[in-house]
Write a protein that binds this ligand. Structure first.
Ligand SMILES: [Zn+2]
Length: 425
């Protein structure tokens, strides 16, 4: 349905009509649907936005208004009005779940936030909501947003780092504090001024957050301070999980082959944790120089097409080149580095360099480009498969990338030794 609407260039007005049909409070806050759902993957339930004027409960009206405020804050990061940011309005689901806010996600243009039942009318966690909105924006075909967002967002490292950047720049935190959420839980993931890529491997792996939440739960249990909210998060299943001791060895930056597919990193890196030092760098830089976080990174993302790595790729079989082409791969590392151009004074540039070093940015940021290169390699291979007529469904090639951080081979499953995809910088 989308492509047709785009060809007619009428998709904005078509969806705006949806929004116009909504309750005025929904319309004023760019929410096209507001449902209190029963379960995590359940989208059934009454749409509050379909109620006629005046019928919303005050709690729901307040919740929608608080989402509207977050939409406004995120729109400002991109110098847009909330309506330009969300022309079709956003579908929002609040669902009951033992993990509450920690179970939130966004999926195909909807945002789903968890709450521990019963819902007591407290506004959705603004930091978690804006994180999910950060994801949502990268899925959109909104021409007013930076064009490279779409390409970059195929990578899990970029996705989570960018979503946290949006939350942090809009709300100052990545998990908001809530009345009945103990600070050891709302601080389970927190950006401070000094987090660095010099931290050990264990800081970046999939166990780190769980280890921290478990320690928090254990201390709440010992002190007899579990409430109805934390009892779900600190449930038996979670507490019985064995978590290995912290890996103290230095961070090994994941290479292309470990950064294969969105949502399923082959490496044991947790993409949420990986983004923390990068966001910490921008947070510290903003605090020390007075530049807003937005001004430090958003212009560079807007100019992302000019910050790319050019690849020449070939597909060969039995020594014959069957397919060749070029790919421009957006380089998030270059975008991050270019924040230095925003530094107008010698002393600000000194601060930038100092923080760049103390956050070990040179060590951490190549991973983002490794991720983009891996995605480019796969997409080149896909272009080749699409080009074959009839398609050759079983053909698998060994793919190599030369001249990147090191030469890496990427195994696409079954490999035909006579076939290879080679990309060069
Ligand atoms: Zn996320």
């Amino acid at each position: 349905m989308h492509p047709v609407l785009i060809i007619l260039s009428g998709f904005i007005s078509v969806f705006s009509m949806d929004l116009r049909a909504a309750h005025p409070v929904c319309e004023a806050n760019q929410i096209s649907k507001f449902v209190i759902a029963t379960g995590r993957n359940d989208s059934a339930g009454d749409d509050e936005c379909e109620k006629s004027n005046g019928e919303l409960s005050s709690e729901i009206e307040e919740a929608i208004t608080s989402l509207g405020k977050s939409n406004q804050q995120v729109a400002e990061l991109f110098d847009l009005t909330p309506l330009d940011l969300l022309p079709d309005g956003l579908k929002f689901y609040l669902f009951s779940h033992a993990l509450g806010t920690f179970a939130s996600y966004s999926w195909e243009g909807d945002i789903h936030l968890g709450f521990v039942p019963p819902w007591n009318g407290t506004g959705p966690n603004a930091s978690v909501y804006t994180h999910e909105l950060g994801h949502y924006l990268t899925f959109q075909k909104n021409e007013r947003l930076p064009s490279v967002l779409k390409a970059l967002s195929a990578g899990a490292l970029f996705q989570e780092t960018f979503a946290d950047f949006v939350a942090l720049a809009a709300t100052g935190r990545i998990i908001g504090q809530e009345d009945d959420l103990p600070s050891c839980l709302s601080n389970a993931r927190r950006i401070m001024r000094f987090q660095s890529y010099d931290y050990p491997m264990g800081y970046f792996d999939n166990y780190f957050s769980n280890r921290r939440i478990k320690a928090c739960c254990e201390s709440l249990k010992t002190k007899g301070k579990l409430n109805s909210r934390t009892r779900g998060i600190c449930g038996d299943n979670f507490m019985k999980k064995t978590i290995p001791p912290m890996d103290r060895s230095p961070l090994v930056v994941p290479e292309e082959k470990e950064l294969r597919k969105f949502g399923s990193l082959i490496s044991k890196i947790d993409p949420h944790q990986y983004g923390i030092p990068l966001n910490s760098f921008f947070y510290a830089l903003s605090r020390r120089t007075g530049h807003s976080m937005k001004d430090l990174l958003v212009p560079a993302i807007r100019d992302g097409e000019n910050k790319s790595i050019r690849l020449k790729c070939e597909m060969q079989k039995d020594g014959v080149t069957y397919f060749e082409g070029e790919k421009a791969v957006p380089s998030f590392a270059q975008m991050v580095k270019s924040a230095r151009e925003q530094m107008r004074t010698e002393s600000d540039r000194r601060v930038f360099d100092e923080l760049w070093k103390s956050h070990a940015m040179d060590r951490g940021i190549p991973a983002y480009d490794n991720e983009s290169l891996e995605i480019a390699l796969r997409s080149f291979f896909q272009d080749f498969l699409n080009y074959l007529d009839p398609p050759e469904p079983v053909l698998q090639c060994k793919s190599t990338l030369t001249g990147a951080s090191g030469d890496g081979a990427s195994d696409t499953g079954f490999t035909d030794p006579s076939c290879s995809v080679v990309c060069r910088r």
